[in-house]
Design a protein. Structure first.
Length: 200
């Protein structure tokens, strides 16, 4: 885990709900962007590793490193991304990766100027696809940190127990994800019917 992640508190219960809600609202834009060729698998994985590095999720680091290899990314670039270094990132993707880091660092509350710059560079549709990928991995990290920590406590050696976590925290976040998910889905559906913007 990076020093940056160690200095950040884990997500509170209200934050974990909000992150899940925003992910449910925005993931369809990621799916549409991938289908329409606006978001490549490699860029999606770079975004996910950038966010994961900021949040320090061992479980997500493990899985997304494997997925990045499958996109053809080399191990040096993957190692760099998971260390917070951006060597090897294509120039045209740099703004997106920096925005992903900023989004994670601000816990889902990016500066309006940063969001506007992302839209200006990539266009509205691609920016929303990027946002969908970022919010998807934010949700993954929110639940992956306690899940990986708990699995390690139960003997799964490929993960580790996050130093910021406790068994009580892990159980609370994971158990509450069960009622949180349908409620967040209903709220996301209502927001769509009311034409509420998904933008940050």
């Amino acid at each position: 885990m990076t020093q940056k992640a160690l200095g950040k508190p884990l997500f509170s219960l209200p934050e974990s709900y909000e992150i899940l809600f925003q992910a449910i609202r925005t993931v369809p834009y990621m799916v549409r962007g991938e289908k329409n060729g606006l978001l490549s698998p490699a860029l999606r994985e770079r975004l996910m590793m950038a966010v994961t590095e900021v949040n320090g999720c061992a479980m997500c680091s493990y899985y997304h490193a494997q997925m990045a290899l499958e996109t053809g990314m080399n191990s040096d670039e993957i190692h760099n991304m998971l260390s917070g270094e951006l060597q090897g990132v294509p120039e045209e993707e740099l703004t997106a990766i920096l925005f992903a880091q900023h989004y994670a660092d601000t816990r889902g509350k990016p500066d309006q100027a940063a969001w506007n710059k992302l839209k200006e560079q990539y266009g509205q549709e691609t920016a929303l696809a990027i946002l969908g990928a970022i919010r998807a991995i934010m949700a993954g990290n929110t639940y992956g940190i306690p899940a990986g920590s708990l699995l390690h406590r139960l003997g799964v050696k490929r993960f580790h127990t996050d130093k910021r976590s406790t068994p009580a925290y892990e159980l609370a976040i994971l158990l509450l994800s069960v009622p949180f998910t349908p409620v967040a889905m209903v709220q996301a559906g209502a927001a769509k019917l009311l034409h509420r913007s998904v933008e940050p």
